[in-house]
Write a protein that binds this ligand. Sequence first.
Ligand SMILES: *Cc1c(COP(=O)(O)O)cnc(C)c1O
Length: 348
Amino acid sequence: MEIELNKETKINQIDFKNLSFGETFSDHMFICEYINGEWIDPKITPYKPILLDPSVSALHYGQSVFEGMKAYKDNNGKVWLFRPKENWERLNKSCKRMKIPEVPEEYFINGLKKLISIDSSWVQPGLGNSLYIRPFVFASQATVQASPSNEYKFIIICSPAKSYYNSSQFNVLIAEEFSRAADGGVGYAKAAGNYGGSFYPTSIAQEKGYHQVIWTDANEHKYIEEAGTMNVFVRIQDTLITAPINDRILDGITRKSVIQIAKDLGIKIEVRPISIDELVNASNNGSLKEIFGAGTAVVIIPITGFGYKNLDYKIESLENPYAEKLKKTITDIQYNISDDPYNWRMEI
Ligand SMILES: *Cc1c(COP(=O)(O)O)cnc(C)c1O
C-alpha cells in the first residue's frame, strides 16, 4: 500500500467538544480503484477533494453504496473497532445488489486498520467520543450509459464524533403514506439512494415537530420496520420485540448485538413483525414500556413518543430501562471496559 502523509495536521484546529456530526474530517483517507476488472492501487493520501468527470454514473444513476462504523479509544489509549468484518460483509452484500464489484477483504480491513492507525489521534478518549468511519464505493466511469459502470472507487474517510442525536426528547411519526423500501427493492442494502429518498418524508415529519419517521411495510403500512436510519425495538411488558430482517430492513450490526446481549442478559426477546395496532393497543393499556432505535451512530436511543393518525402517544420513562442496560453492555465492550465474550472487538 502506498502511503502519502499529510504535511500538516489539522487536529489542533478542531474543537472536539463542539463537533457537529459529519462535518469535520481527519487528516487522511484510503482510496483504491476498480479498473479493467480488478481492484488496484490501494493508497493512503491526505484527505482532499477528488476530481470527477461530470458524467460519472454514480451521480446520474446512484450506483453507490456505503458503510458506517466507529473506532473507539480505551483508557490506555488503545484503539478498537467493533465487528468490522460484519461491515465488510455487508458492504459486499450491498455491492452485489447494486451490481458493483465486491471489495476484497484485505483492501477493506487492511485499508481501515492502516488509516485508523495513522489517524489514531483523531479518536478521542472518553465514553461517547469516537471516530466515525465512512467506507463507500461508487461508480466512477465517465458515461451516461444506463448500465453498470466498469470503473469504481472505494474510499474510506473518517470524521470525529460525539453522540449523534443529543436530544432528551425523541419523537417519531409512523409513516402512513411514504415508504423507505419495498419488497424486491434495495432496502436491505446500504444504497446511497435509500437515504436520498428518505429526506423528503423525514422533512415533512420534522415540520410537524417529530424527529424521525418510523417506516412501515410498503404494502399495507400496518407493520413497523425501522426508525429513521436505525432498527427499532419495542418492549411490551418484559418482552423485547424487533422485526425480522427482510428485503426492506437493513441488517444492522447494532440490532444483531442487541439481540445477542438481550438473550444473554435473560431478557425475553421475540423476532417477529410488530403491527401498529399492537403498538397502539399496548400504549393504550399501559403495557408498552419502551421503544428504542438501534444503530452505530447512537448505539441505542430511547423513543419518547410516537404520532399516528393525528394522535400522539407518549412513552413514560421508567427506572432501569432495557435501553440503558443494553447500551451500557455494548459500549463497555466497544470501549474495552468489559470483557468481550463474543470476540467483537478488533484492536488497531
Ligand atoms: C446503517 C443502517 C442501520 C443500522 O445499522 P448498524 O450496523 O447497526 O449501524 C439501520 N437501518 C438502516 C436503514 C441503515 O442504513
